[in-house]
Structures are given as C-alpha cells and as structure tokens.
Design a protein around this ligand. Sequence first.
Ligand code: ATP
Ligand code: MG
Length: 206
Amino acid sequence: MSRPEDRAERHKKRMQVRKEIVDAGVAKALEERGVVVLYTGDGKGKTTAAVGTAARALGYGYRVVVAQFIKGAWECGEKNLLGRLPPEQFPLQWHEMGTDFTWETQDFEADRAAARALWDRALAALRDDSVYLVVLDELTYALNYHWLDRDEVLEALSQRPPGQSVVITGRGARQYLKDAADTVTEMRALKHAFDDGIAARKGVEW
Ligand code: ATP
Ligand code: MG
C-alpha cells in the first residue's frame, strides 16, 4: 500500500501534466468565431443539449432563434419556460413547423411547405448578425426527406455572420452535414426506458 504522501505527490504530478496539456491546447485556440455544433445519433439528449445551449446564450443576454423542424404541434417543457422570459432581457424567438409527425400527417407536400416556411425564418436569422445563436432542431429530417435543398442549407451555414453559432440536431446526419459542422457529437443509445415498455415521461422526454 502506498503512503498518502506518495499518492498526493503522484496526483499532483498527474494534474501538472494535464494542466500543461490543457494550457498548450488553449494557447493554440486563437481563432475567435462562431461555430456549428451538430448533435446526432440515436441516443437521447440531442434536443435537450441544443435547448441547453440556447439557455446558455440567453443567460448572457444574447439573441437566440430556435427553429424546430418536426415537432411543432408538440408541447415541450423548455419552450414553456424560455417562452416566459422577459424578451427585453432575454431575446428569444421560437419558431415551429406547425405540423404533426410525418407518419401521422402522411402528406409530403404539406410537410414540405411547412418546412420551407420555417426554413425562410431560419434563413432570416442566419443572415442577421444581431442573432448570436440559431438552433435548428431536427434539421436532419428536413434534409433527409428532401424538404429542403441541401446546397441551400450548406450555403446559408457557410455565409452566416462570423460571430454567429448554430446548433443542429437530429438522427441520421449525413456526412456532408458532419463536414460542415465544427463540433459533432454522436449520442449513442446504450439503453432507453421506452424499449422496456416505459412510457415517455412528461418533463423528461418533452
Ligand atoms: P431529447 O428531446 O430527450 O433530448 P433527442 O432530441 O435526442 O431527445 P429525438 O431523436 O429527437 O431525441 O427523439 C424524440 C423523442 O424520443 C424525445 O421525446 C426523446 O426523449 C425520445 N427518445 C430519444 N432517444 C430515444 C430512444 N433511443 N428510444 C426511445 N425514445 C427516445
Ligand atoms: Mg430531438
């Protein structure tokens, strides 16, 4: 058994090495610009993380625009909360597609029209340099269903104001979207309560 002093010394050395690595990384990160963050994969947490980022930006008083590309007709707790913030202090706009899930409406043209209308609002935000953060929730579906033109979306992302960041979510992001993003996180489902027959929980799933 090692003595507590030895352990403390070893821990200190390890921390010193780690600090040097972190400091070297920080010293290299000199570029100041907005980023595109992509949350994809089958695991739970993508929209939660995106809305958490919106809360983070709003907390500094930055202007935030959220566009949700699939679940417009759905209630969600975070919208109830953030929608009640005083807009002068916390400037948030929350846009929705206003249709139900596609497998319920089963009307391609109606879905596409709703997605295009929402995209026009997102595009206005992506061209507005007073908007600090744009959240494009479930955008991958709109792209994968070909409701939106992929090149138009990629161009809007690359032409956005330099200080603006974008968070994109949705399962099944294609490689071109991963390439366009600066930060890509794939949520992997190790387990989900739903698969054990447990109903989606208000305040946890939505
Ligand atoms: P959340 O909104 O909880 O952050 P998400 O955005 O990662 O999840 P989506 O793929 O958008 O998940 O799924 C929509 C709904 O399905 C949400 O209510 C979410 O909580 C739930 N969900 C997410 N992952 C799974 C899964 N692996 N199995 C079953 N339901 C899931
Ligand atoms: Mg989601």
